[in-house]
Design a protein around this ligand. Sequence first.
Ligand SMILES: C[S@@+](CC[C@H](N)C(=O)[O-])C[C@H]1O[C@@H](n2cnc3c(N)ncnc32)[C@H](O)[C@@H]1O
Length: 278
Amino acid sequence: MNSSGPGIGLTTVEWQPVDHGRHSGHQANPARVYNYLVGGKDNYLADYEQAQRFLRIAPEIRDTALANRRFLQRAMAELADEGISQFLDIGSGLPTTPNVHEIAQAVNPRARVVYVDNDPIVASHGQARLAVPGTTMISGDLREPDKILAHDEVRRLLDPGQPVAIVLTFILDYLDAKDDPYGVVARLMEWAAPGSCLILSHVTGDFTDETPGDRDWAPLSVSPVTAAPRDHDGIMGFFRGLDLLEPGLVQLPAWRPGIGAKDDPSRVWAYGGVARKP
Ligand SMILES: C[S@@+](CC[C@H](N)C(=O)[O-])C[C@H]1O[C@@H](n2cnc3c(N)ncnc32)[C@H](O)[C@@H]1O
């Protein structure tokens, strides 16, 4: 970790090879494929093989995923350092080093985190692996924000009268227009107290000159990340009514570089930004 930033002492997310010799017999799962790409341990041979197929076509996928985790680490540490002590991470994914609660609790040991994911595999792993004081994992769908906000665990751990950071990293990519993604974010921020923040990252085509036909994506039956790529203006819409913090909505490595300074911008296809509710 950058020694000049908050959260000193945590390791930076790094990709590590995983021994898949023991695991077989599973079907690839998108959350586990992503977990493999960011160096997690909760993935099997089928996920590794699917990831390798993605990487042969677009090695930038791993760079983008790692840059996303490093952006999240920087943004979390900054907000925890500023005094935010409660976090709602929706579409949290499988446990990864460092996890969101580890980043927050390295700054403030009393920080509380609610993880939410709609993939039952993620929820069951999270319930087993993330059960530490001040932290919980629930099943929930971003498309149903009121159900998430009414969940007993959210009410137990998060005080809606105090600022909260809502973490939506690489998840709005999965919501297309019929899911009312802008309305969903507005509802979450309406619930949150003044002073609350939104940490958001999103895949985009803005940083590549390629056209869809330039690479042969056909061997991949599913998208590795995104259902709804958006451009800068499209992503800015999520911050409506909020004050965007410096340096704004930027390519991930450009958001307050520190850890992540080594990310190669030519291989990162995503934006990140943080905003505060006035
Ligand atoms: C690409 S991963 C991102 C993980 C983590 N947020 C990060 O930035 O590293 C996307 C996660 O969102 C979850 N997800 C996708 N659609 C969702 C939805 N509608 N509600 C809740 N979780 C969702 C997936 O199961 C997956 O774990």
